[in-house]
Design a protein around this ligand. Structure first.
Ligand SMILES: [Zn+2]
Length: 138
């Protein structure tokens, strides 16, 4: 399954950056032209995250719309699905400007220090680590 291998790749990046700490959540940016179904990715993450330091972590998916530029009429179209076509004139001669991203943007890890007693939810600061590792497939 496409999404499962992607989830594994995300897990590898997250664990690399987390070091010895537990991962709380992982933020990823995915272009719609990647044809990744967010629901599938979330489901696969639940499977992949059943391993040390990922247990209970969540995957936060930010979808990037696809933008193409028409080679015939020059119009720019924002695509919400995987149809590479100019929305102005219908031409299939388009250049992809964005929408093919697959990027782990940051991860939240548990604080290195154990949380002090009596801290309620939301009171524990989390460490957000920028990742910014673009992964190209194929
Ligand atoms: Zn056009």
């Amino acid at each position: 399954m496409h999404e499962l291998s992607i989830s594994n790749a995300i897990a590898t990046v997250a664990l690399d950056h987390a070091g010895e700490r537990d991962v709380r959540s992982v933020q990823v940016r995915v272009g719609v032209l990647r044809q990744i179904v967010p629901e599938s990715l979330t489901f696969c993450w639940e499977v992949v995250s059943r391993q040390p330091r990922l247990v209970g972590s969540t995957l936060e998916i930010e979808q990037v719309p696809g933008v193409v530029e028409c080679s015939d009429c020059g119009a720019r179209s924002t695509l919400t699905e995987y149809v590479l076509r100019c929305l102005a004139c219908g031409s299939g001669l388009v250049k992809v400007l964005s929408g093919e991203e697959f990027l782990v943007t940051s991860i939240d890890v548990a604080s290195a220090d154990p949380p002090s007693a009596g801290v309620t939810s939301g009171g524990t600061p989390k460490d957000r680590m920028p990742v910014g590792t673009e992964r190209k497939e194929g």
